[in-house]
Design a binder for this molecule. Structure first.
Ligand code: GCU
Length: 616
């Protein structure tokens, strides 16, 4: 009886998850209200720079002690000049004032910006005042590239929207709330994670709370191009879609110019959507890491224009090969957290900071691939990968464990996937969407990942699906024993033999692998800690010599896996993690980087660079 009820629940769970995916993707309900594709090139005001802030550890600006609405004297988002009201005297008083609050430079995590906020994990309110001249017939939007983890957005005292998720963009229309002259933007940011967030509060990376990527005020015509997708299809034709929003969205002529090579024409339907396709123009050069050719693509309709720089390539799996533009490719990569070179990183990924990291991969390591772990990285980084010629593995932070049985959490994951895919689906560098990292095999977990894989395939059938799986170490062989593997185009596995566990370093090279022969495999992680400069102390763990030998042994092991088609060792650069507190070797840093946090290369760096040179 007991067994039956488990099977029954599993069946119900399976129906629930499938139902969530089917419903979501079918009704396009995962599409955000606004995308503002091409936002980076649109007219607008960058709101980066000095903001003021107000700590709110007990969330008094949102709710009162008994869960009622907050007291007005604590509502940070109110559109009032506190000093002026106080100057008049009277009974009113306040327990905040964002006009006279302390200053902070945004974007960037508060943990790195203000010493007293180093380990602050909670709600902080930020304010930025700015001048605007709203023009008749124009629409105004706020676009946040990322806020970690929950955002509550108010303009001139009016709530204009909320968002959950620390790594994907969101767009809020503010046409009605914007006023001529001075405007007051207040954003509540709650960094706390819980058992229902994605990720949960258990990760191996630092807090990084706050407005971590740029915020811009963007204006558009009344009817504008909200989405503009273009891709090279396996059949050799270029195809895509354009979506208009606004009163004149229907029956509008659309033109799509692919550089100076060709132009496609279409007309929007009653819903403002136009699809187009055309034969790949003669002379079209395929994008590849060796030749990252990008074309200026201009989408025009209804008096609006959106520009994008797009590379055209195909990616596929055939047997146990990964084919880029129809030819086998071997992924010479490394994993990367979104953290700039710095002794005190703020996750402020400027173009210069990102270029410094990707340059080490492309030119230091002779790499052609980067695993952007464990969450969607900044659009700046993905666009640089397009420009510099690095293939990209992209993932959302379904990491270690989430609340697998909770349909609301699944919907959150599917929405996060959609926000990532809608943002990056024009990026030639992105070839794989991963649906998870090191999640323990169990029925509910597998159903959750299958739902994510189905969702990716419905949103973007053009790219490959993978996941970083746990490896099974049964004595003398390493194997993948995971029902999720059947749903993946590319198998990927994290392996740490020689660092975690009891394998002696000199036994690693001889380890055998039992993996399916008909699918490509990549080693999505392997690594060992080393403190840069800790040398000449025998082969002790945390020495550079140990890490270098670990790489030699693991690469020798890798060479014996016949279906291996790439790797992204863990990790390019040492990164902040409150899990890593050895007072001599770590001090809050995970030291598996082959480069230190300030860019000092360790001995293992040249071991990997030489290996990749031999693979070129
Ligand atoms: C795991 C995990 C990483 C983590 C690494 C480590 O594989 O995916 O996020 O940092 O191990 O233990 O260093």
């Amino acid at each position: 009886m007991y067994k039956l009820s488990i099977a029954l629940w599993a069946f119900i769970g399976a129906i629930l998850c499938q139902d969530v995916v089917a419903h979501e993707a079918r009704s396009d309900s995962l599409r955000p209200a606004f995308l503002l594709a091409g936002a980076l090139h649109r007219d607008g005001q960058d709101l980066s720079g000095q903001w003021t802030y107000s700590k709110d550890l007990y969330r008094t600006g949102l709710t009162d002690i008994n869960g009622w609405v907050a007291k007005s004297r604590m509502q940070r988002y109110r559109d009032i000049d506190v000093a002026a009201v106080e100057a008049k005297g009277g009974v009113d008083f306040f327990e905040f004032d964002l006009d006279r609050g302390p200053l902070i430079n945004l974007p960037g995590a508060w943990n790195a910006a203000i010493p007293e906020l180093r380990y602050y994990d909670g709600l902080i309110w930020f304010q930025r005042k700015f001048n605007a001249q709203p023009a008749a017939g124009k629409r105004a939007f706020l676009r946040f590239e990322a806020v970690n983890y929950r955002a509550y957005v108010y303009l001139n005292g009016k709530e204009v929207g909320r968002h959950e998720g620390g790594f994907t963009p969101f767009v809020l229309e503010v046409t009605d709330a914007l006023r001529a002259g001075d405007n007051r933007l207040v954003v509540g940011v709650d960094s706390t994670h819980d058992a229902q967030s994605i990720p949960t509060f258990i990760t191996d990376w630092d807090l990084y709370g706050g407005i971590t990527r740029p915020v811009r005020l963007i204006t558009t015509p009344a009817t504008f191009i909200d989405d503009a997708m273009v891709q090279l299809r396996p059949d050799g034709r270029i195809a895509g879609e354009v979506r208009l929003q606004g009163p004149q969205a229907a029956n509008q002529a659309v033109t799509v110019a692919i550089g100076a090579l060709a132009t496609a024409r279409a007309v929007t339907d009653a819903g403002g959507r136009a699809v187009f396709d055309l034969p790949a123009p003669k002379g079209l050069e395929r994008w590849s890491p060796e030749k990252p050719m990008l074309y200026d693509v201009r989408f025009s309709a209804s008096g609006d224009t959106v520009r994008d720089r797009v590379g055209f390539r195909t990616i596929a799996v055939k047997g146990n090969q990964i084919l880029l533009n129809g030819k086998p490719v071997w992924l010479r990569g490394i994993s990367l957290h979104e953290e700039e070179f710095s002794p005190n990183p703020a996750r402020n990924m400027t173009e210069q900071a990102s270029r410094a990291l990707l340059h080490e991969i492309k030119h230091g390591l002779n790499g052609n691939y980067v695993r952007l772990s464990h969450y969607p990285h900044s659009e700046t980084t993905v666009r640089l990968a397009d420009e510099m010629g690095l293939l990209v593995w992209s993932e959302i932070p379904v990491y270690w464990t989430v609340d697998w049985d909770n349909p609301a959490v699944l919907r959150k994951a599917l929405a996060m996937q959609a926000e990532t895919i809608y943002r990056d689906r024009n990026r030639a560098s992105v070839i794989m969407w991963s649906v998870g990292n090191e999640t323990p095999v169990a029925d509910a977990r597998t159903r959750f990942h299958v739902a994510m894989a189905d969702n990716v395939r419905q949103l973007d059938p053009s790219r490959l699906v993978s996941a970083a799986l746990l490896v099974k170490h049964d004595g003398n062989a390493l194997a993948i024993d995971d029902p999720l593997a059947d749903k993946l185009d590319v198998l990927a596995v994290n392996t740490y033999a020689g660092w975690y566990g009891s394998d002696k370093l000199d036994a690693v090279a001889r380890l055998k692998w039992r993996v399916p022969a008909d699918r490509p495999l990549i080693l999505s992680e392997f690594g060992a800690d080393a403190l840069a400069g800790y040398k000449n102390d025998g082969m002790k763990k945390f020495t550079e010599e140990y890490q270098a030998e670990y790489y030699r042994q693991t690469l020798a092991m890798a060479e014996r896996i016949p279906t291996l088609r790439g790797m992204s060792p863990w990790i390019l650069k040492d990164f902040k993690s409150p899990r890593r507190e050895h007072p001599v070797f770590q001090n809050g840093w995970n030291r598996k980087g082959i480069v230190s946090e300030t860019g000092v290369r360790k001995q293992a760096f040249s071991v990997l660079a030489d290996y990749y040179r031999s693979k070129q």
